[in-house]
Design a protein around this ligand. Structure first.
Ligand code: AMP
Ligand code: MN
Ligand code: MN
Ligand code: MN
Length: 270
């Protein structure tokens, strides 16, 4: 069994359409997949998933103590009214944030980025990757990695998190849609151990039940660390590639290390 519970399509910032993603997953031998686009579930509209077992999912943006935190919702009811309302709010937040990002870039002398990013995003959920692609297209940055490290990444002026709802509210949306809330890629927030532990406690108090122990290719020591936190806090474990596009460096669909044996897998509760 190959289980991948975190990936993206063109409906957010991925490069494959939902159909192409399903077909790529089957080529890679994935047996269970959750498509977890940023703040949208449109990928599921009329999607033919064939023989692939698909778990309805989403990746929601939130903030906790001024840090942007991603929460994956798994096995959600796609038609939940609360979820649909939440998605509308997130869409608005994304546009407000995009205006704010453009304002920050303008202060640094880079003009018209909102128009550029919006054009690249088209109907898809606008995010920092669309700004990154525009910064490359307009010749300001040499590649998207460069755009994140200079302007859009953690700690840079173009990374704006204040428009996201607080973490407990986002967890509540997932619970309202009968889903399981999963703390996504816990090591990417660059928190100290004490802060990460406080985040996990707040997440659990809000109703969160699982954490990604494996996110893409990662060092074995990081996997062990996360498995330990999971055990200590009595959380279920999830895993996924966070796949966005075939040429990405961190992991292809379904291609990442296995969950440690001592973990209690989240899929036992679907
Ligand atoms: P957003 O949802 O608008 O906050 O954008 C977050 C997305 O940006 C992540 O899901 C990744 O796809 C992408 N991203 C974050 N950091 C980097 C980076 N350093 N290089 C390239 N893409 C990144
Ligand atoms: Mn993304
Ligand atoms: Mn994420
Ligand atoms: Mn993701």
């Amino acid at each position: 069994m190959i289980i991948d519970l975190h990936c993206h399509t063109t409906l957010s910032d991925g490069k494959l359409t939902p159909r192409e993603l399903v077909s790529h997953a089957m080529d890679n031998g994935v047996t269970t997949l959750s498509i977890t686009d940023h703040d949208t579930v449109e990928a599921y509209d009329g999607l033919d998933t064939g023989r692939l077992h698909v778990i309805p999912g989403i990746e929601l943006s939130s903030q906790w103590r001024n840090t942007g935190i991603h929460i994956v919702g798994l096995n959600i009811d796609l038609h939940s009214t609360a979820l649909q309302e939440a998605i509308k709010r997130q869409k608005l937040a994304r546009w407000k944030r995009a205006e704010s990002i453009a304002g920050k870039l303008e202060k640094r002398g880079i003009m018209n980025t909102l128009e550029g990013a919006a054009r690249i995003a088209g109907n898809d959920n606008i995010g920092r990757p669309h700004f990154a692609r525009y910064l490359v297209e307009s010749g300001t940055c040499k590649n998207t990695g460069d755009a994140f490290s200079r302007y859009l990444g953690t700690g840079k002026s173009g990374n704006v998190d204040k428009f996201w709802p607080e973490l407990p509210e986002v967890v509540e949306w997932i619970l309202s849609a009968n889903g399981i809330a999963v703390l996504a890629h816990p090591l990417t927030y660059k928190l100290t151990r004490t802060k990460l532990s406080a985040l996990v406690d707040d997440f659990i108090n809000a109703g969160g039940r699982a954490m990604e122990v494996v996110s893409g290719k990662q060092l074995a020591k990081h996997t062990r660390d996360l498995a330990k936190i999971c055990r200590q806090k009595n959380l279920l474990a999830s895993c996924g590639s966070d796949f966005h596009q075939p040429e990405q460096s961190w992991a292809d669909l379904g291609r990442f290390p296995p969950l440690p044996r001592e973990c209690s897998p989240v899929w036992d509760y679907f």
